[in-house]
Design a protein around this ligand. Sequence first.
Ligand SMILES: [Zn+2]
Ligand SMILES: [Zn+2]
Length: 243
Amino acid sequence: MKIKLTCLGVGRGSSYVIRGIPSSSFVISIDDTPFLLVDCGAGVALQYIKHFGTKIPQYIYLTHNHLDHTGDFTSALFEFYKWSNQPVNACGHSDVLSLIKKHRLHELYASGVDVDSMVNWKSQNQSNEIELTSNVKLKVFKSQHTYLCYGFNLTIKGKNIVSYTGDSGFNQEIYDNISTSQIAVVDGRKTGTFEHASFDQIEHHASKHPNIDFYIIHYEKEKRSFPISNVKYMQEGLEIKLY
Ligand SMILES: [Zn+2]
Ligand SMILES: [Zn+2]
């Protein structure tokens, strides 16, 4: 099995709307087939097509309903459904999916579109796991964000391959949880807030976990160099071999 992560964007908030920088998103491919699209915010649909053409992802995971994470979801849903003529598999925490259905997809429901025939919704079980295949699971956890948001640990055959904080401030419990993974994708920026971690906080944490690579996303274009080698920047088009 060959597993690869492809970054589609590192933007945030209004990055795409104002500056044309695609929102934060990445794709996990298994054996060169797009398996999981993580978030579908503003500018992501076009990025997806650039990298994967009309091969639809087997699953889409949505962390939360902010524009930079679900802004393109309505259009992508339509297109993916049209290309495959099969329901799109969308997953996430059940409370997040309720918000998305009610608010992001309201325009579809209101115009009489039978959305539920276009989407297979999949959410967590009692152990907070979303079982994608018998071998691949997402274990979701609540991020530290003002809008309800869930990150995940992705496991393949029980091995934690990738973790993602979603939009999240620095929180020791969350960071300890993602630090069991081969790589951790983390929301970071120069100056942190309650709901977004700072570069300093990430660097400090990463220095205690030298065997894990921490990839910062959501920074748009703020950058500085890090003295330790296991903190890196995600970049649009970056590919990381995972397995
Ligand atoms: Zn965001
Ligand atoms: Zn957010």
